[in-house]
Design a protein around this ligand. Structure first.
Ligand SMILES: Cc1cc2nc3c(=O)[nH]c(=O)nc-3n(C[C@H](O)[C@H](O)[C@H](O)COP(=O)(O)OP(=O)(O)OC[C@H]3O[C@@H](n4cnc5c(N)ncnc54)[C@H](O)[C@@H]3O)c2cc1C
Length: 471
């Protein structure tokens, strides 16, 4: 057997000596596969530890056309960067194709008896894993699920009668009472790796002009988190102000599992204050939406409150295009939509304002907007995105009833009081007197469009359409 060794410096600075084995299995040990998906990290990774506990491990990633195809440039490019980063710590073998065939082929090539994963609770992921499990079982190989991308896996938080929660506040209370494990151990220092003979190169993804993405990878995730911890105390006050760097920007790191929410929660434990408490609540939103989607997989595309499907909506046309491109003539809406295209991220307040505008001012169904978001967002996540949309559209879990219609101008004034955010993303308004509501003359002068619609009139129109389904 040929054996190569190298030293891996993990993100926390722990040096671990690893051996890369080529050839047959190590005697008296079981070879296993660690199939990475949304868990592109070495720290706090129970599935990876379970694989290494079996013996020599093949770290595997499958480029799945069913996921790669619909992903937009942001997620494709970020995934590749994240895999490159993981590959510097762990010798990941990358293959392309249907996971049911590729995982089986890989497991057979290295003589594995177990394939380890973190459980996937999304509609596609759960179906895919069931198909992989069946293909493996036919040849006597076991699929072992350890952990998930959540502190508390979906379906675990239930009420006294064992039912899942449909409303956030009682869910978050029960979620906190349920509690979660502490972070998993570091990787063993004697980890031994296997790799495949034939792999594919990671594709180079060209980004559209003007789009710049954040740094990917486990080390970047920990850097961002540690920087945020220094200002978590201010989070409660700053998180709603898009002109201030007041949020953690952890969503893309969480999406790809470059850091686990358990790690964040452990670092927050013992920190009192409203900032840390509110941050825990935001993590709970992520877990709540994953649970809701698990209970109602159809709600990825269909209305959670089915009566909303009967509402009259308009077909997406030129107005929808203007919304996508940040040309609605409503400065704060355009700022959000342009931030999305330039950075692959949009501030949460803006996600709500722009989503409300599409559904309640332009009367376009939420699914069109959700698809556009998923195309551009680097953190694009089916559960958080589509339920964020349904929440805003009024058809979702709770809280934002349809008749509460955001006024984009007053939202802008309230949450971007000095117009710093609008001036950044709609630079033609930088010197305009009232950037949240420029005069017709000022708009003409700087070449900024007139408002696409009369908000007051469209609000009434939205309420009429809502009354029609309430009857
Ligand atoms: C219409 C709409 C679409 C959205 N689409 C997505 C999406 O595709 N992916 C995504 O991760 N989030 C989505 N969100 C939630 C939220 O906007 C982002 O998680 C947040 O803006 C990410 O920035 P941050 O990491 O700086 O957030 P922080 O304010 O620092 O929050 C910390 C973490 O808590 C979680 N979180 C915060 N708010 C929410 C929320 N409302 N719902 C679920 N989780 C939350 C995220 O994991 C986030 O990283 C959406 C919200 C709306 C209203």
């Amino acid at each position: 057997m040929r054996s190569l060794t190298r030293t891996i410096l993990t993100h926390r600075g722990v040096a671990c000596r690893t051996a890369l084995h080529q050839g047959g299995p190590v005697p008296d040990q079981t070879t296993s596969v660690m199939w990475f998906r949304r868990d592109l990290r070495t720290a706090d990774n129970p599935a990876l530890l379970a694989a290494l506990a079996d013996g020599p491990t093949l770290p595997l990633f499958v480029l799945d056309p069913a996921l790669w195809g619909p992903a937009g440039p942001s997620r494709r490019s970020y995934l590749v960067d994240s895999l490159r980063s993981l590959g510097r710590d762990v010798p990941v073998s990358v293959v392309r194709g249907d996971p049911a065939q590729q995982v089986l082929r890989a497991a057979q090539e290295v003589g594995a008896t177990r394939v380890h994963v973190a459980a996937d609770y999304g509609p596609y992921g759960a179906r895919r894993d069931a198909a992989v499990e069946e293909a493996l079982r036919d040849t006597g190989i076991e699929l072992v699920r350890t952990g998930s991308p959540y502190a508390v896996a979906p379906d675990r938080v239930t009420n006294g009668s064992g039912a899942s929660y449909k409303v956030f506040t009682p869910f978050s209370r029960a979620w906190a009472e349920h509690g979660w494990r502490g972070p998993a151990d570091p990787l063993p220092t004697d980890a031994r790796w296997r790799h495949l003979k034939e792999t594919v190169d990671l594709p180079d993804v060209a980004l559209p002009e003007g789009l710049e993405l954040p740094d990917a990878g486990e080390a970047a995730a920990h850097r961002a988190w540690e920087a945020f911890l220094d200002k978590v105390v201010d989070y409660d006050g700053a998180r709603d102000l898009p002109g201030v760097e007041g949020t953690s920007r952890m969503s893309h790191h969480l999406k790809y599992g470059e850091i686990h929410p358990r790690t964040l929660l452990a670092d927050l434990a013992g920190r009192g204050g409203k900032g840390a408490t509110t941050y825990r609540q935001e993590i709970a939103w992520r877990e709540f939406y994953a649970d809701v989607l698990f209970q109602r997989p159809d709600s990825a595309r269909e209305y959670l409150r089915r009566e909303y499907a009967a509402m009259t909506y308009d077909e997406p046309g030129a107005d929808f295009e203007a919304w996508c491109e940040g040309r609605t003539g409503f400065p704060v809406v355009d700022a959000g939509m342009r931030q999305l295209r330039a950075t692959g991220w949009m501030h949460n307040r803006l996600r709500m304002i722009t989503a409300s505008f599409l559904v309640k001012d332009l009367h376009v169904e939420w699914q069109h907007g959700a698809r556009h978001f998923l195309h551009w967002l680097v953190d694009g996540d089916l559960a958080s995105n589509n339920h964020g949309w349904q929440w805003t559209a009024g058809s979702g879990t709770d809280a934002s009833p349809f008749f509460r219609v955001f006024n984009p101008t007053s939202q802008g004034r309230k949450f971007d009081p000095d117009a710093a955010y609008v001036r950044t993303w709609v630079p033609e308004l930088v010197d305009v007197e009232d950037p949240h509501d420029p005069s017709p003359e000022a708009r003409r002068r700087v070449g900024y469009p007139e408002p696409l619609v009369d908000h007051a009139a469209e609000r009434l129109e939205a309420l009429d359409r809502y009354q029609a389904i309430k009857k």
